[in-house]
Design a protein around this ligand. Structure first.
Ligand code: PMP
Length: 400
């Protein structure tokens, strides 16, 4: 009889990416009775389904053959022009030749990792940081080096030391309303980071999906707009949080040389991002006033954030601390020592509420007492009910 040979193993880089506990948590919380404060989902009622539908209708009606054809890898020229004008209006001089439209900012991140990093290259990250970025860097075999953070974000002195010892190729930051902590890196640290990048010769990936969702405080300029690091900063942007995540539209804004190489990587990966989605987004942004919709979105998120903070102050065990974001979608909680947010999650879900345990967001040793909550998805009444359900779970350390 013929001997059966087992199929080949998957490539090490596919396995290295690991699975996302957030995706797993979302699956766990699909039951309608569970109030999930876990996922970073924009409020559904803020998504302009009618306006977006009309935009798809018009582009299909007027230029169906064009938008349903293959298109160029760089992305829809009109959409890039609109994004460049928006960025320039926000203080980042920009032109369409610096932009590559991607399938969400997530693809921009994956392209950047693929384009810049050899296995073993050092990438420095804030600790904690965006989980899917850790997966992305792991999948290309990079060495991920955590840098400590405080309430204002990455600690620059620690970064400076690591930059000497590890000679990183890339620093990955979410400087504004960070996922998972909600923190914003102040201007002096942005400048210091930019200077360090220039001195030590590394790239900065500035992942910026949330900065248009500021509901308090003053705008802080992007690192990409600082002269010290403009030639070595790659800005990753997204329409997910301001328009609709399901359209999967994001972009990478980079100096032309790097953008070109990322474009070649994207060509090999998926040829281009959906032309009809790009055209519909361009049409929407031309015919609708996104900025006035954002005024409403910010007010909505600001109110929800206040409600969450207010409830947390009433229900968390004494000794807990939490962030007070000025925008974005997330609050980061640290329970008193001895609590284990991962172990307590099943009890929370059984009680009808979910959050994301914080430990997986750390590249270094995870702090088991931390967790992330989103205030974006639910209305104030549901947020209150959700947090009160937590009160019964966070009564004593440990879980189960
Ligand atoms: N970066 C960060 C920091 C995020 O929080 C997210 C979304 N969760 C992304 C990138 C990916 O966004 P997109 O939907 O544009 O792929």
């Amino acid at each position: 009889m013929e001997r059966r040979v087992p199929p080949p193993e998957p490539a090490a880089r596919a396995v290295a990416a690991g699975s996302s506990v957030i995706r797993a948590a979302l699956a766990l919380t699909a039951r309608p009775e569970v109030i999930s404060l876990a996922g970073g989902l924009p409020a559904s009622e803020l998504i302009d389904t009618e306006g977006i539908r009309a935009a798809y209708d018009s582009v299909l009606h007027e230029s169906g053959h064009r938008v349903l054809q293959y298109s160029i890898t760089e992305g829809d020229p009109q959409l890039r022009e609109i994004i460049a004008v928006r960025l320039a209006g926000q203080g980042l001089p920009s032109n369409p030749e610096q932009l590559l439209v991607t399938t969400g900012a997530q693809q921009a991140l994956a392209l950047l990792a693929h384009t810049l990093l050899e296995p073993g290259d050092a990438v420095v990250v804030e600790d904690p940081t965006y989980l899917a970025a850790l997966q992305c860097f792991a999948s290309v075999g990079a060495r991920v080096i955590p840098v400590p953070t405080d309430d204002e974000g990455i600690v620059v002195d620690a970064l400076a030391k690591i930059a000497v010892t590890e000679r990183p190729k890339l620093l990955y930051l979410v400087p504004t309303f960070q996922n998972p902590t909600g923190r914003t890196l102040p201007m002096d640290r942005r400048r210091a980071v930019a200077r360090l990048a220039a001195e030590r010769g590394f790239w900065i990936a500035e992942d910026d999906p949330y900065s248009e969702l500021r509901f308090r405080g003053e705008h802080v300029p992007r690192i990409a707009s600082l002269s010290e690091a403009a030639d070595r900063t790659v800005l990753l942007g997204s329409l997910s949080k301001v328009l609709a995540p399901g359209m999967r539209l994001g972009w990478l804004h980079a100096p032309p040389g790097l953008r070109h190489v990322c474009t070649l990587s994207k060509q090999a990966l998926d040829l281009h991002t959906s032309a009809v989605d790009q055209a519909a987004a361009a049409r929407y942004l031309t015919e609708h006033d996104l900025d006035s919709r954002l005024v409403h979105a910010r007010a909505t998120y600001g109110e929800r954030c206040d409600v969450l903070l207010d409830e947390l102050s009433q229900v968390l065990p004494s000794g807990s601390t939490w962030s007070r974001p000025e925008g974005g979608m997330f609050v980061w909680v640290r329970l008193p020592r001895g609590f284990d947010a991962t172990a307590l999650l099943p009890d929370a879900v059984a009680n009808g509420v979910a959050y994301v345990p914080g430990a997986p967001f750390f590249a270094g040793p995870g702090d088991p007492a931390t967790l992330r909550m989103s205030f974006a998805t639910h209305d104030p009444a549901r947020i209150r009910v959700g947090v009160r359900r937590l009160a019964q779970v966070f009564t004593q350390p440990g879980g189960g």
